[in-house]
Design a protein around this ligand. Structure first.
Ligand code: NAG
Ligand code: NAG
Ligand code: NAG
Ligand code: NAG
Length: 829
């Protein structure tokens, strides 16, 4: 029953997601090798699984834990990663043999370096799985020596199994870890090692009872609290009505903890845990924490305003492809840990809800706890309340991406306001750069970083250098947090709503926002181009703003496809012709912004691709479709033209026969004006520009239905006469284009629709006659019928195909093609 109710909730949740997450499309996508977002990639022969990353405080050196190696890379220059030092740390042959003899794979019987932490200014601490026999070592940061000197047992500091996640963080030279400390992977532990000042190392008492099959995700030290927080997911034993329900957790220990004296000797006396809930209202929770980062408050603010941003996925199959981002406040976490606690029955391992408020606050950081308090702490360490995502609820729900890693940065925009930017790494290898706005998240761009699925990966943000490092088994990638110069005009720069980028009027370039820059055009919250890009630089827009004009040569009856160069996936793209809308029965407009139609005298001429984004309209390209001056071939199989391409169409995928031609003054003026016109102003400007009664009346084409019937324009009919009129008006304005209109095109146009209608009726009649005849004939020859069933002759197959267009629902293109063929066949009559 409970499960059914849950399933219901999932369905409702999914329904909701569909409607409210429509805007979560990344604005720009950069595939691998794209010019706009070049990645720096580090690989070196023999160096594999470069997944543990540690950055020096000054951001110039990246330390890398790899398979059998520890490296340091010089990353002081942007776009450069050069190897400085490298230490071979392969397992001993004996370790390797033991590992193999215990049935582990050759691949896993290496030393995967999983812990890299700075202990002091001269040394760091490194641990590796060492063929299922973990080891640790001190290393000098500069000389990179010492690895062979003092090796110590790495149990409890580093996992045995390289595929198991673990955490380690050094605080004041002491190492706080969470990992599994047994070969079989069944002994979870949260511990402190390298304890200084004469203190004892500490661990959890009965780790396998205090924790239930946990996966450790992250840990963070909060100086104002003197606490280390651990983040993990485990089986939620407090939920008795459902088996194997995963819950995400936050746990804490005090760095001042020295353990008990008689009770809890060498064990934590300050360990408490609580549930972390990434859930909207009573919807199904995203219960599997994947990663979480700490964002300290701006300097001078209360440390309780520290925020944790986490990515979560769902245990429920129906939401299996989805993930969510939630934020948690330190303030809320402190409140939960100050509240009531469940009591653990150690015999049944069941949690009992307290009858009255807890006697003690077990998570407090006192130096010495009295014995009765220690007794209490032993069995009361799970908080009754859970930590929820607070006011905004879920920050982001991705319907189709599994986010696996997160990094966060607060950055100051040109207007002095701070924005939070999240870098989200998807399972499929995309980096989503997302800015959190009052209206909700906006995914500025997605960059494909790796293509192979990665079982182990890591991400590290260097704020000082402005780059994101991604460590994977394919090597290390360096991605700058922004590339403002990708945006070539003010409108694109502003529409991107990238807090790192603003338009500099003087340089006429999209530049990085820095403390020194002032007066940059930027509107992160609204992206309002009209507001910040006008009026001063209306005339100073760079030439790239004006759409290119291109010619495309076609043959009659050919299927023509026009592609629109599309920078933004959040723009609605549509095609127009001067003085006419595009009738649905002649044109196909798929959601990807291309336009397909059959070349005919009626469809030759000029086409304009228009993008509308955030209320701002701009022309992306004008293409003139011209009949090729070749002798017309009558065997009209629509030939997709040869790749003799000169002109850029969209992303360069479908380069057809399009030639770029120069731009004429008329066009420039017209395009420029058009480009700057907001939707409301369209009508006015169009009156001034060749009666383009288009923009207002043509609804933005529904991306799910390219063949939507368009309403007829209100002020002008699309009759052949009108088309002729406007087309000649356009022709005057662009004589430079030498449009090769067919001589008799006007006549043909006038009677074209009638001709098509008559031909169509004629064909229908003929076919009905033929079909009737065949039927009667077959009735008289039953033996023929059987034979037909056994083997169709070529003729029959051909004739049955010919009948198809009249009966079946063919795509528009083919329908048109058939009509055209019929027409040319019937012309002699
Ligand atoms: C930024 O974009 C420009 C224009 O597309 C390109 O030429 C340049 O290489 C890009 N820079 C980086 C670092 O990706
Ligand atoms: C840093 O720690 C290492 C290892 O404990 C020790 O040998 C070294 O002297 C320490 N360096 C400083 C500057 O304290
Ligand atoms: C190491 O990298 C290989 C690919 O080179 C991958 O198949 C394997 O899963 C990785 N192992 C770990 C523990 O990351
Ligand atoms: C756009 O869609 C059409 C039809 O679905 C397809 O033929 C064309 O290749 C697509 N164009 C691009 C650039 O993906």
């Amino acid at each position: 029953m409970a499960l059914m109710a849950l399933e219901w909730r999932v369905m409702v949740l999914l329904g909701l997601l569909d409607t409210c997450q429509a805007l979560l499309i990344p604005r720009t996508t950069f595939p691998i090798g794209s010019q706009g977002r070049s990645l720096t990639h580090f690989t070196s022969s023999g160096i594999k699984n470069t997944t543990t990353l540690l950055l020096s405080d000054d951001g110039t050196t990246l330390y890398v834990g790899a398979r059998d190696y520890v490296l340091s890379l010089d990353v002081s220059q942007p776009g450069v990663m050069e190897i400085k030092h490298k230490v071979d740390w392969s397992p001993k042959t004996s370790d390797h043999e033991v590992c193999r003899s215990k049935g582990k794979s050759e691949m896993d019987c290496h030393n995967f370096v999983r812990v890299l932490q700075f202990l002091n200014t001269t040394h760091m601490y490194a641990c590796g799985t060492n063929a299922f026999n973990p080891q640790c070592s001190y290393m000098n940061i500069e000389s990179f020596t010492g690895s062979s000197v003092s090796k110590e047992d790495g149990r409890g500091r580093c996992p045995f199994n390289p595929h198991q996640r673990s955490t380690a963080i050094a605080v004041g030279g002491e190492l706080y870890t969470s990992t599994v400390e047994s070969f079989l992977g069944d002994k979870p532990a949260i511990s402190r090692f390298l304890s200084g000042r004469g203190r004892k190392d500490l661990k959890l008492e009965n780790g396998h009872i205090s924790l239930n099959d946990p996966t450790f995700v992250s840990s963070s030290f909060i100086p104002s609290e003197g606490k280390v927080y651990y983040f993990f997911r485990e089986t939620g034993k407090e939920y008795t009505f459902i088996n194997d329900y995963t819950v995400s957790r936050i746990a804490q220990v005090c760095t001042s903890d020295v353990g008990g004296e008689l009770l809890l000797q060498k064990h934590w006396t300050t360990f408490v845990k609580a549930q972390l809930r990434c859930q909207a209202g009573s919807d199904l929770p995203f219960n599997n924490i994947q990663d979480i980062v700490t964002l300290p408050p701006p300097e001078g603010n209360n440390p309780d305003d520290t925020i944790f941003y986490g990515v979560f996925s769902s245990q429920w199959p129906l939401a299996s492809g989805q993930s969510a981002v939630c934020m948690f406040r330190l303030r809320d976490i402190k409140n939960v840990f100050a509240g009531n606690y469940y009591e653990l029955n150690r015999d049944t391992q069941q949690w009992r809800t307290p009858q009255y408020p807890s006697k003690f606050s077990p998570g407090e950081c006192e130096l010495r706890k009295p014995a009765d308090k220690l007794m209490f702490v032993k069995d009361n360490f799970l908080a009754v309340d859970s930590v929820g995502p607070g006011d905004p609820g879920l920050l982001l729900v991705s319907p189709d991406q599994l986010y696996s890693r997160i990094a966060a940065q607060r950055t100051r925009a040109a207007n002095g306001r701070d924005f939070t930017v999240l870098f989200l790494l998807t399972e499929s290898g995309f980096l989503h750069k997302t800015v959190l706005l009052a209206k909700g998240p906006h995914i500025i761009e997605e960059i494909l970083v790796f293509t192979q699925p990665q079982s182990v990966k890591n991400m590290l943000l260097s704020i000082t250098k402005g780059v994101v490092f991604v460590g994977s088994s394919e090597g290390i990638f360096q991605v700058p947090v922004s590339n403002c110069s990708f945006y070539s005009n003010c409108a694109e720069c502003v529409l991107a709503r990238d807090p790192f980028c603003g338009w500099d009027h003087d340089q006429a370039a999209c530049v990085e926002v820095s403390a020194a820059s002032s007066g940059l055009a930027q509107d992160v919250e609204e992206g309002n181009v009209m507001e910040v890009c006008k009026p001063s630089q209306r005339s100073s827009l760079p030439h790239t703003m004006r759409s290119p004009v291109a010619e495309k040569y076609v043959q009659l009856n050919e299927v023509v496809r026009l592609e629109c160069p599309q920078a933004s996936r959040q723009a609605a793209v549509r095609w127009e012709r001067p003085g006419s809308i595009l009738p649905g029965h002649l044109y196909l407009q798929p959601a990807n912004g291309s336009l397909s139609f059959l070349a005919s005298p009626l469809t030759l001429g000029t086409y304009r691709c228009i993008a509308e984004e955030n209320g701002y309209i701009q022309t992306l390209v004008d293409i003139i479709v011209v009949q090729r001056a070749l002798p017309r071939s009558v065997s009209s199989t629509p030939t997709h033209s040869q790749p003799r391409a000169d002109m850029v169409t969209s992303q360069g995928t479908q380069r057809e026969e399009v030639t770029e031609v120069g731009m004429e003054a008329d066009w420039e003026d017209e395009t420029e004006m058009e480009a700057e016109v907001r939707r409301d102003d369209v009508r006015e400007v169009q009156a001034a520009t060749m009666r383009e009664e288009v923009t207002k009346q043509v609804p933005v084409s529904d991306p799910t239905n390219g063949q939507e019937e368009l309403p007829a324009p209100q002020e002008e009919d699309v009759t052949p006469t009108v088309v002729r009129e406007t087309s000649s008006a356009w022709k005057e304005g662009m004589t430079f284009n030498q449009v090769k209109e067919p001589l008799s095109s006007n006549n043909v146009r006038s009677y074209y629709s009638e001709l098509v209608a008559v031909s169509f009726l004629l064909v229908v009649t003929l076919c009905m006659l033929v079909a009737g005849g065949v039927y009667v004939w077959q009735q008289q020859n039953p033996s023929q019928k059987i034979q037909q069933g056994l083997s169709k002759t070529d003729e029959e197959i051909a004739s049955s195909q010919e009948e198809d267009p009249l009966s079946a629902n063919l795509p528009q293109d083919d329908m048109l093609k058939e009509k055209e063929q019929e027409k040319s066949a019937k012309q002699p009559i």
